[in-house]
Design a protein around this ligand. Structure first.
Ligand code: DX5
Ligand code: ZN
Length: 264
C-alpha cells in the first residue's frame, strides 16, 4: 500500500483514450488521451506525525507504521517561530538511517533560508517551510529542489492562502494548517478547509502537480471533510500514535480518505 513515489499519477476512470473532435481541424475525429485535459488524481498520502510518538523510541515508531503509510511527518520547532521546541538535523539524520519511509519535514522555524536546505541535504523527501517565516519563498523552493528534496510551503491558521496562489508552481507541496501550528492534540478547525478548496480549485485549473496536505486534528471523524475539500495528503499525530495499533489507525484513515475522495 505504501507509495514511495511522489505521485503514481493514476488517471481517473474517465480519462482513458477516446475519440475527440478538434474544431481547429475541421470535422475530422482523431484520438488523443483525454487525460491531458484533466488533472490526474494522485494517490492518498498518509503521513503520521512523530510529534505524537515517544521521542525516546522514534525508530520503533517508524517501524510500527512501515508498509501502512507513505511519509513520516517530522515536526521541527525552534521555540521562536512557535513556542514549542522539538527536534533538529541530528535526529533527522538518525531517522533517515533508521527507516526507509520518506521523511516529510515540517519546519516551524525562523530563518528557513538558513536551515531548510540542510534537511534536504540530509535526505528528507519533502521539506516544508512556513510562508510567514520566509522573505523569498520561491528562491528557497528552488534551493530545496537543488539540494535534492521536494519543496513545500506551509500556511498557518491566520494566513490567507490567496496571497500565495501565484507562487504555487514553484512548489511540490502546499501544507494548510487545520490548527494553529505549534502543538499536537489540538481541535480540528473545519473553517480552515475553505483554504483547501481555494487552493485545490487553483491547482486544478492551472494543472499544477501539487500535493495539498492538511495538518492538525486529522482523525477518523475529520479526514473525510478534508479529503472532500481537496486535500490529498494527511498528517495525523494523535490519531495514529495515540492509537493502540498505529498501523491499523493509519489504514483506517486511508480508507476514509479514499472513500471521500472517490465520491467527490
Ligand atoms: C503541530 C504539528 C502537527 C501535529 C499534529 O503544529 O504541525 O504535525 O503533530 O498533531 P495532531 O494530529 O495530534 O493534531
Ligand atoms: Zn506538522
Amino acid at each position: 500500500m505504501a507509495s514511495n513515489e511522489w505521485s503514481r499519477a493514476q488517471l481517473r476512470p474517465d480519462s482513458q483514450t477516446g475519440p475527440v473532435s478538434d474544431p481547429r481541424r475541421g470535422s475530422a475525429t482523431y484520438t488523443v488521451p483525454v487525460a491531458q485535459f484533466r488533472t490526474a488524481q494522485a494517490d492518498t498520502v498518509i503521513a503520521p506525525s512523530l510529534l505524537a510518538a515517544d521521542f525516546a523510541r522514534l525508530a520503533e515508531a517508524a517501524d510500527a507504521v512501515e508498509g501502512s503509510v507513505d511519509w513520516l511527518h517530522v515536526d521541527v520547532m525552534d521555540n521562536h517561530f512557535v513556542p514549542n521546541l522539538t527536534l533538529g538535523p541530528p535526529i533527522v539524520k538518525s531517522l533517515k538511517a533508521a527507516t526507509d519511509i520518506p521523511l516529510d519535514c515540517h519546519l516551524m522555524i525562523e530563518d528557513p533560508k538558513r536551515w531548510a536546505p540542510g534537511y534536504a541535504e540530509l535526505g528528507a523527501y519533502n521539506v516544508t517551510f512556513h510562508a510567514e517565516a520566509a522573505d523569498d519563498p520561491v528562491r528557497l523552493a528552488k534551493d530545496l529542489r537543488a539540494a535534492g528534496s521536494k519543496a513545500g510551503l506551509a500556511i498557518d491558521r491566520d494566513t490567507p492562502v490567496e496571497d500565495y496562489l501565484e507562487i504555487l508552481p514553484a512548489f511540490d507541496t502546499l501544507l494548510i494548517m487545520t490548527i494553529k501550528a505549534g502543538f499536537g492534540g489540538q481541535k480540528f478547525m473545519p473553517e480552515l478547509l475553505a483554504k483547501v478548496r481555494t487552493a485545490r480549485a487553483h491547482a486544478d485549473s492551472g494543472h499544477l502537480e501539487l500535493r495539498i496536505e492538511v495538518d492538525g486534528g486529522i482523525a477518523d471523524d475529520t479526514i473525510a471533510a478534508a479529503a472532500e475539500a481537496g486535500a490529498d495528503a494527511f498528517v495525523a499525530g494523535t490519531a495514529v500514535y495515540g492509537a493502540a495499533d498505529p498501523a491499523d489507525a493509519a489504514r483506517r484513515l486511508r480508507a476514509r480518505a479514499d472513500a471521500a475522495r472517490s465520491s467527490g
